[in-house]
Design a protein around this ligand. Structure first.
Ligand SMILES: Nc1ncnc2c1ncn2[C@@H]1O[C@H](COP(=O)(O)OP(=O)(O)OP(=O)(O)O)[C@@H](O)[C@H]1O
Length: 265
């Protein structure tokens, strides 16, 4: 890949208490790449995404982010500038107050205002409308976010990220609350962002086959290290069985490679 990376990770160390989650992670994330992060519960996927977003400092090594020019550590950017470079869809949404779906999605434009709530109204509204269409939530635009289902609330959060429109989109389990068609459409939407808008996406995911179907690259985390690279190279039975500590079988269906669990019963 010849383009300038959006994110450079060098010798990254992440710890939780006295436990090392990730040791010596080296990776570059470029425009046009859709990375899925795979691994068991508690392996460190959310921790990694939070570190990539600059929400927690690395415990060792270096993380640099940028767009176009030289990359710099997250701490060297003002918050609004950093919010124009990267956005994070958290795994859970916490709503302390009522707010309409449209107001919530419009909050993604805050980094582009000259002051709090001083937005280009026309531009913001057009973006909100488009994002709600993209996530299939137009019919809920006047709804109170505290009254949405888990899957609906997560799609509103995704629409907020789309409206924020950063070149680097970080998503913690974007498909976890979604039914099967919604999982497919969200993954297709993320792939479209990558292919048609040259964004970079890094998303944690528990479904190997969704990753295989839509991602361009995978990062597989395991207790003793990681594998990273294009899907065709890294989505290997051996690596997956090692990372998930379970037996899998590889099958061909509809012209695609799928990984299924081997049930013990
Ligand atoms: N603030 C914290 N203090 C101590 N340990 C923490 C903290 N936050 C997370 N951990 C631990 O770090 C480990 C990694 O957590 P993380 O949420 O990154 O895992 P994950 O791979 O995203 O898991 P899941 O697939 O279940 O969402 C877990 O063992 C968790 O208990």
């Amino acid at each position: 890949m010849s383009s300038q990376p959006l994110l450079r990770i060098r010798g990254l160390l992440l710890e939780a208490g006295d436990r090392s989650l990730l040791r010596n992670l080296n990776l570059e994330i470029h425009p046009g790449e859709f990375w899925c992060v795979l691994g068991r519960n508690g392996i460190g996927k959310s921790t990694l995404l939070h570190a990539l977003a600059g929400l927690r400092p690395p415990d060792g090594g270096m993380l640099e982010i940028g767009c176009g020019n030289a990359l710099r550590p997250h701490r060297e950017y003002a918050p609004a500038m950093l919010a124009r470079l990267r956005g994070l869809l958290p795994q859970h949404q916490f709503d302390a107050f009522s707010s309409s779906v449209m107001e919530t999605v419009a909050s993604g434009r805050f980094p582009y205002g000259v002051g709090f709530m001083q937005l280009d109204e026309e531009d913001a509204q057009a973006r909100v409308q488009k994002a709600l269409e993209q996530v299939g939530m137009t019919g809920h635009r006047h709804a109170d976010i505290t009254r949405l289902s888990g899957g609906e609330r997560q799609r509103v959060a995704l629409a907020t990220l789309l409206v924020q429109d950063p070149p680097l989109c970080l998503l913690d389990e974007p498909t976890s609350h979604q039914d099967m068609p919604a999982q497919q459409s969200i993954m297709a939407l993320l792939r479209e962002l990558v292919l048609s808008q040259a964004k970079a996406v890094v998303a944690s995911c528990h479904d190997i086959n969704l990753a295989a179907g839509f991602a361009t690259h995978v990062l597989i985390l395991s207790d003793d290290g990681y594998r990273a690279g294009p899907c065709g190279e890294v989505l290997q039975l051996e690596y997956l069985e090692h990372a998930f500590a379970c037996r899998l079988q590889e099958v061909q269906a509809a012209g695609r490679k799928l990984f299924l669990p081997v049930f013990a019963v």
